[in-house]
Design a protein around this ligand. Structure first.
Ligand code: ADP
Length: 196
């Protein structure tokens, strides 16, 4: 199964991707996680990405496309993958289509978690509180200023990605404001319809 999860920052993509990964043993490919790992490791990509990520902007398409192209070649991705945080621009979506076409592969589903923007700032603040309570380090872009930029970036650059997939009938939209279990159920329904 090859699946894309779309949605604003804080929409719940990571939570749902982790649940799907547990159920289906298909890896969750989060470009945000991969970039944070590159930052932590101090690689060339990481050094380039850090300032951009901290401000809430987007890392250049060619960098992210390169990371994904490499990642989906790995043996654990042969049965499929759940993309979380990619594609974030129409150019990335086109690059992904070209990548998959080259491997004679297609996407099984593109699912957008639709959320009420007003709730997102609160969700971010909640995530920060939970992370702190668990004694874990808080993401450097989880602060109100960077979060506002992330939302703006989402609106201008990533929202058009949904339209891109809707045009070819590949998009399913789910209510991301529903409780986590209900969102998981709705995703399962979309996926079983695809498999049927
Ligand atoms: P969010 O919680 O905002 O969805 P992510 O963990 O997916 O955050 O991404 C964190 C940051 O990493 C983004 O704000 C951006 O700077 C960078 N990033 C992640 N994925 C991409 C991508 N596909 N294209 C460009 N930049 C990306």
């Amino acid at each position: 199964m090859r699946l894309i999860l779309l949605g604003a920052p804080g929409a719940g993509k990571g939570t749902q991707a982790a649940r799907l990964m547990q159920k289906s043993s298909i890896p969750q490919l989060s470009t945000g996680d991969m970039l944070r790992a590159a930052v932590a490791a101090g690689t060339a990509v990481g050094l380039k990405a850090k300032t951009i990520m901290d401000s809430g902007g987007l890392v250049p398409d060619e960098v992210v496309v390169g990371i994904v192209a490499e990642r989906i070649q790995k043996p654990d991705a042969t049965r499929g993958f759940i993309l979380d945080g990619f594609p974030r621009t129409v150019a990335q979506a086109q690059a992904l289509d070209a990548m998959l076409a080259g491997k004679r592969m297609d996407l099984d589903a593109v699912i957008e978690l639709k959320v009420d923007e007003a709730a997102l700032l609160d969700r971010m603040a909640q995530r920060v509180r939970e992370t702190k309570a668990a004694g874990k380090p808080v993401r450097s872009d989880d602060n109100p200023e960077a979060f506002k930029t992330r939302l703006d970036t989402y609106r201008t650059q990533t929202a058009p990605v949904s339209a891109y997939y809707a045009k070819t009938g590949r998009l399913s939209v789910i209510d991301g404001m529903a409780p986590v279990d209900s969102v998981s159920k709705a995703i399962d329904q979309v996926l079983s319809a695809v498999k049927a």
